[in-house]
Design a binder for this molecule. Structure first.
Ligand code: 5HY
Length: 245
């Protein structure tokens, strides 16, 4: 099977890291295609960034449909464009926040999300609410870490994330950590080994969930809300997104 993992930001070093972590858990028969869109923000740290990441993301979904991709992971903790991606895709699409929160709810009683900038915490809480995970989500914490600092050699990002994870276990009543950024994917094993609790990376979680859904031949339902979008003319800079009749 072929799974496309889309890092909706345009920082390819993060995309390569995401692809490597997905390949590390994927079945030998699964091909992982890891991409960033050709256009969009270099990192996603606000609603503005998230909105501007979606057109490029949808271009990658449309390309995947032409390429015969079996399923998709949206590798950004805000799960941007998830429903729109599901309308375009035949196969299943998951977001890494959705995947990580669901798996956390199966191995622990309460999880804390540890993310980057404080201003993105609201989106994590919003996703917990719409995914029905509020009763499992003890807290959402931020390290006040710019996303791209995760890509800087020699930054103290890892230590700051570990410290915040420790505080969440001590103060939130959590018994599990959800990493709140795709850029943290390579820290999962290290932090889990240090803290002795389940630490869930949405990239790995999403990859295995899509593998399972595809194996079970479960595709996105095309009856009603997630049916293919209606034919629509798009004008101006979005003209290329027109859906012909
Ligand atoms: C992510 N931003 O996973 C989110 C993290 C965040 O560029 N990739 C990003 O803080 O929302």
């Amino acid at each position: 099977m072929r799974i496309k993992i889309i890092n909706p930001n345009t920082t390819w070093s993060m995309t390569e890291k995401i692809g490597a972590c997905a390949r590390a858990v994927a079945h030998s028969g699964t091909e992982i295609v890891a991409v960033s869109p050709a256009m969009g923000p270099v990192s996603i740290e606000s609603h503005y960034d998230e909105a501007l990441a979606v057109p490029g993301l949808l271009q990658e979904i449309a390309a995947g449909e032409r390429e015969g991709i079996d399923g998709y992971v949206i590798a950004c903790f805000g799960d941007p464009g998830l429903k729109a991606a599901r309308e375009l895709a035949r196969g299943p699409v998951v977001g890494i926040a959705e995947a990580a929160m669901h798996l956390a709810s199966m191995v622990a009683s309460r999880f804390s999300v540890v993310t980057t900038l404080g201003r993105t915490m609201g989106q994590a809480w919003h996703l917990a609410e719409i995914y029905g995970m509020e009763r499992f989500c003890a807290n959402v914490r931020a390290c006040e870490l710019p996303v791209l600092e995760l890509e800087e050699p020699g930054s103290n990002a890892r230590e700051r994330i570990v410290d915040e994870c420790r505080r969440s276990l001590e103060e939130d009543g959590s018994d599990c950590i959800v990493l709140g950024c795709a850029g943290m994917t390579d820290l999962c094993e290290h932090i889990g080994g240090l803290l002795g609790v389940p630490v869930i990376d949405g990239v790995a979680a999403g990859t295995k969930l899509i593998e399972s859904l595809v194996t079970l031949k479960l595709q996105t339902s095309k009856r009603g809300e997630l049916a293919h979008p209606l034919p629509k003319t798009m004008k101006g800079a979005l003209e290329g997104f027109t859906l012909p009749r």
